[in-house]
Design a protein around this ligand. Structure first.
Ligand code: ADP
Ligand code: ZN
Length: 726
């Protein structure tokens, strides 16, 4: 018997199978989709079995498969097909596709896996009579006899209950033997919660989803409308019929509350899956899924690849979230993978959000997705009142960080013993110039995105099309000498609050304060217990948090997201601000939100303030239409990167010419320009953007390009289909 094995070798050029002999010892166990160890050159490396066959034609000597990496790690038929799809969608190698589908901790090991965790027990290895005889004839061995009597009574006792001396002595006398039992690390959950009586909107959404039929649903429900309860009851239905469910969440560390809801409702029937688990925990959760011991998987992006069988529903919460797109190769989107699995199993895919992506909403409007709406909050809670504050006016009064309104309202909440959340978003990844007097920011006339400031050349540049202007001394709008590179960090905000309102107890949540495992939960729990009055932080405070005492949310610098040079910055701002605003007033006490901005007339901000997604959507769609952006056009970006500036530039120009000669005349090629992150670690990056509606030549041409550059050691190319950040 022979096996075709796909070799795991870092060089991209080797992405093919080699034939190996199957040794006698593995004949019964080896399956297609298994991970194996094989000799390759003078090394032993990993591979995947892609085929097993009885015959082999060529007559040179074959090597034998050395071993199976882990008998549980098998990609089943569905996952092998999904791997092919992943490969085609992202132009990655097949081996990379398969690796991506296995838990990351298990993918690069060179040895056999040994993650299983065991409990070790002692049992008697002689019968009761013999043991009793032993006890009677050795009266001085008190401790040993006690252990033996205990074992007579209990039959099986954890080995570490006894001292190692006693265990050693008992084993030497051949009175006991050890037995092992595999256990899971995450395993102590009890069901404590009954399902809730649904609101009318929830009921309608629940009933609209047809099981055992392939369809994509968009569940558009405002913050606090009770989407989680709908997810749980959908999953309950599916599980009752014997099927399984996958639910994706954007970031698990920030969605602890959702996980707890699921544990409380479904107990041990839930496996969780995300990067913050230890390798051992990941392995255990994976095993539970493989062995069919759980029906429900909750996890982040990569959980879409979990080997659940007989799937009945896939749910993607916060479907607009950018974490569902992987930003490194293979650059896949979890929604695409979910659609593949929904098609494979003929089952519904539910995308939920308070602020759906424009792509999803456009599909819902066209009837490609089924639209479900929950426009009201549950119970007595109402959406918060949102106020926009003009920071240009405030700056004249020397209120640079906190406006007087926001400060007054903070003090008011402190007196009432209510809580406050302050969002200070990280600045864009590029330098943006703003006028302190009038709020003006430079935009590209062709692409409607913010221009990026390049200090060395004192230029402002559009990194989509290359449009460049010189940065003058004065603002082009109001002619004041007030152009600044404006930005405040979370730390400075905290200091400022401590200075202005010394009695406030503040806790900060950002990349710096959450480095350690469990730090998120710790901060969230302490804020929830009212050990602090103010939680301030970056966008990581925006998601999935539910604090009944929070009645005021302040958005300190709404401009930071608005001015990121990306055509999606409006969409991102709308989603982020609505999300944060949604943290206010989640109980009976109504909430209030203050948005501080230098662009008080910005349309996106006005829509946020009115909770008017529909209006925002129409406005934004009009812009996208005018400028040929998604969802009217698809985008693909191609980047070159190299230590050699000239070379990277030369190659991107070559690529542009090559693409121009191959693509449809209707496709638009923009650039080349410097990439948004132009220089990292002395590697220069250039990009072109392709806009297209339908182009049968595109993927073929991109594949060719990829192949041409595989062996180029000086210049690398990166291809991203439907990039989220361009
Ligand atoms: P969303 O995810 O849509 O923002 P949540 O799922 O967080 O909303 O629900 C908001 C709150 O309402 C939660 O505290 C939840 O427990 C509660 N809730 C949801 N559905 C119901 C219901 N049918 N009856 C009572 N409370 C509900
Ligand atoms: Zn431009």
């Amino acid at each position: 018997m022979y096996a075709e094995v796909l070799i795991e070798y870092s060089a991209k050029s080797i992405d093919k199978t080699f034939t190996y002999l199957i040794p006698e010892s593995l004949k019964d166990d080896l399956q297609i989709g298994m991970k194996v160890l094989v000799p390759f050159g003078n090394k032993i490396i990993n591979g995947f079995v892609t085929n097993i066959k009885d015959e082999y034609q060529e007559d040179y000597e074959l090597k034998e498969i050395k071993d199976v990496v882990d008998k549980y790690l098998v990609l089943n038929d569905e996952l092998l097909k999904l791997g092919t799809y992943l490969q085609e969608e992202t132009l990655c190698t097949k081996i990379m596709a398969y690796q991506t589908m296995l838990p990351s901790s298990l993918k690069v090991k060179k040895q056999k896996n040994n993650y299983s965790k065991y409990l070790v027990y002692l049992e008697l290895s002689k019968n009761e009579l013999e043991i009793n005889e032993y006890i009677v004839s050795h009266p001085s061995r008190k401790k040993q006899n006690e252990a033996l009597e205990l074992l007579l009574k209990e039959k099986r006792i954890l080995k570490n209950t006894f001292s190692s001396n006693i265990v050693k002595a008992l084993k030497e006398e051949k009175l006991v033997k050890e037995t092992k039992e595999q256990i899971y690390r995450l395993n102590n959950k009890k069901v404590v919660e009954e399902k809730k009586e649904l609101s009318l909107d929830q009921q309608k959404a629940l009933e609209s989803v047809v099981l055992n039929k392939e369809d994509t649903y968009l569940l558009h429900g405002v913050t606090g409308s009770g989407k989680t309860e709908v997810y749980m009851q959908l999953i309950e239905k599916v599980v009752k019929s014997g099927q399984t469910a996958i639910m994706l969440v954007p970031e698990i560390s920030l969605t602890t509350q959702i996980i707890n809801n699921f544990y409380n409702r479904f107990g041990n029937d839930v496996a969780i899956f995300h990067s913050a688990l230890s390798d051992g925990e990941k392995y255990d959760e994976y095993l539970k899924i493989l062995r069919g011991e759980v029906h429900i998987v909750i996890g982040t992006r990569s959980a879409i690849f979990t080997p659940l069988k007989n799937i009945g529903i896939i749910i993607i919460d916060e479907e607009h979230s950018e974490t569902y797109k992987q930003e490194t190769s293979p650059r896949y989107h979890a929604i695409d993978m979910a659609k593949f699995r929904s098609h494979y199993h003929h089952i519904p895919l539910v995308l939920g959000s308070a602020t759906p992506s424009l792509e999803s909403m456009a599909r819902a409007k066209k009837g490609v997705y089924k639209y479900l709406s929950m426009p009201k909050r549950i119970g007595k809670a109402i959406l918060p009142r949102i106020l926009i504050v003009n920071m240009i006016e405030e700056m004249k009064k020397r209120n640079v960080i906190l406006s007087s309104v926001l400060k007054d309202k903070i003090v008011d909440r402190l007196i009432k013993k209510e809580q406050i959340i302050l969002l200070l978003n990280r600045r864009g990844y590029s330098t943006v110039i703003t006028c302190k007097t009038c709020g003006y920011t430079y935009k590209c006339p062709h692409c409607d995105i913010t221009l990026t400031y390049h200090k060395t050349s004192n230029n402002l540049r559009c990194h989509y099309c290359g449009y460049t202007i010189f940065k003058g001394e004065r603002c082009p709008e109001c002619h004041d000498k007030s152009l600044v590179d404006y930005g405040v960090g979370t730390e400075k905000l905290e200091q400022e609050i401590n200075r202005l309102i010394p009695s406030a107890r503040t806790i900060r949540m950002d990349a710096d304060t959450t480095r350690n495992k469990g730090a998120h939960e710790d901060i969230i729990n302490r804020f929830k217990n009212h050990e602090y009055d103010i939680l301030l932080g970056t966008q990581m405070i925006s998601k999935g948090l539910n604090f009944p005492l929070v009645t005021l949310v302040g958005i300190v610098n709404a401009d930071a997201t608005l001015n990121i040079p990306d055509f999606r910055s409006g969409e991102r701002t709308y989603a982020l601000l609505s999300q944060v605003a949604g943290r206010a007033g989640r109980s009976d006490i109504p909430g209030e939100v203050i948005i501080q901005t230098m662009n008080p007339d910005n349309f996106t901000l006005k829509c946020v303030a009115r909770h008017d997604y529909e209006r925002f959507y129409n406005y934004e769609m009009e812009n996208r239409h005018k400028l040929d952006y998604p969802p009217y056009y698809y985008l693909t970006s191609v980047k070159t990167s190299s230590k050699d500036y000239e070379l990277a530039l030369k190659e991107i120009n070559k690529i542009k010419n090559y693409l121009s000669s191959k693509l449809n005349k209707t496709s638009i090629i923009l650039g080349p320009t410097t990439a948004s992150v132009f220089k990292i670690n002395n590697i220069y990056r250039f990009q072109i953007i392709i806009k297209y509606k339908q182009d049968d030549n595109l993927f073929k041409t991109l594949k060719e390009l990829d192949r041409i550059y595989v062996s180029n050691l000086k210049v690398n190319i990166e291809i991203d289909n439907n990039p989220l950040q361009v």
